[in-house]
Design a protein. Structure first.
Length: 341
């Protein structure tokens, strides 16, 4: 039986861009996904030939030939349906050749992954698909940051069967560390072939302190993960993150835990999400029931309150002025990132 994936279908542009309008369960076949998009979104016959499909949030075009959809489409992914126009969602690279670049990157990592060792402190690993990456790194990620199954809570590594049901098995990126790898090896006497192979590659590449992994095409995920690298390697940035987190931890603690992070990871993750604008009003509405929107109303005068980057404090409605919204977010980023002044 062919593997199936659950996808949400949305428009690529217009007032409802990115908002799921239908949910389908389909095999990992581009023809099946395309036909579902035509049917569910009522695409006219004259427009069907122009259809383009993008992963909302990364901009990766999946309607290209030669892509391994099973590796690129996690359960729950939102597929943006375009009638020929370029990707119009968040984290757009701005490059007219972004889709072509994604194909080139996919070809580069066709055999698994490509290591870019920047220094003894940092390596960035680009993967061909999410499945292979998560088979190698999923249990290590759980050991690092899961609210109840991480090393801070238990001295055991989760089983492979348990890992299959955890969020980290569907990630598009991971931030892992020398300490994570060493602890995993100490606790897990029988790693899988994929895990052992990755650890061997880590040693071959000089055992860098921080290893950032991401699936090719997931550019916003890469930006998020690189924030973690800076947190680990840069003391001044780390201190700024703690300062920001102290201000919001009472209101944000449950939110971050519900996202799947242990308290020891909250300061780092909180600022990384803010920095790449992952925490949007849409996400808050789904994940936190507008908790932060309510908080923003009590902090109207604070430009450093990151909600002001996405919401007009007096109306609780998204700003129409995109330029002003960008300026506000940049002010908040500067407040957290003193070295970028």
């Amino acid at each position: 039986m062919a593997a199936l994936v659950r996808l949400s279908l949305a428009r690529n542009s217009g007032p409802r861009a990115g908002l799921p309008q239908a949910t389908v369960v389909l095999p990992f076949e581009i023809n099946a996904i395309t036909q579902a998009a035509v049917n569910k979104l009522r695409v006219k016959k004259k427009d069907a030939s122009k259809l383009r499909l993008f992963v909302w949030g990364s901009g990766l075009e999946i309607s290209q030939p030669g892509l391994d959809l099973q590796g690129l489409l996690p359960n729950g992914a939102v597929v943006a349906v375009s009638l020929g126009e370029v990707y119009a969602g968040p984290f757009k690279s701005g490059s007219k050749s972004s889709s072509a670049s994604a194909c080139i990157n996919a070809a580069r990592v066709a055999d698994g992954n490509v290591w870019d060792t920047r220094s003894t402190g940092l390596a960035v690993v680009m993967w061909a698909d999410a499945k292979n990456m998560n088979d190698c790194l999923g249990r290590m990620s759980t050991l690092l940051e899961h609210p109840t199954l991480c090393a801070a809570e238990t001295e055991t590594v989760v089983s492979t069967e348990t890992q299959r049901r955890l969020p980290s098995q569907n990630y598009l990126g991971h931030n892992l560390y020398r300490t994570t790898f060493e602890l995993f090896e100490r606790l897990e006497q029988s790693p899988s072939e994929a895990e052992a192979g990755f650890l061997a590659e880590w040693r071959k590449n000089g055992q860098p302190e921080v290893v950032i992994s991401y699936v090719c095409g997931a550019d916003s995920t890469l930006r998020h993960e690189l924030c973690h690298a800076r947190y680990a390697l840069h003391a001044e940035y780390r201190a700024a993150c703690f300062t920001a987190w102290e201000r919001y931890q009472q209101r944000m603690g449950k939110f971050m835990r519900d996202l799947g992070y242990h308290a020891s990871r909250h300061a780092d993750e909180f600022v990384a999400y803010v920095y790449v604008a992952h925490i949007s009003l849409q996400l808050l509405a789904m994940k936190a029931k507008l908790l932060l929107l309510h908080a923003a109303c009590s902090c109207q005068a604070r430009l450093t309150n990151f909600v002001s980057a996405f919401c007009h404090p007096s109306t609780n409605k998204p700003r129409n002025n995109k330029r002003q919204r960008k300026v506000d977010r940049e002010r908040f980023i500067l407040a957290l990132h003193p070295l970028e002044r």
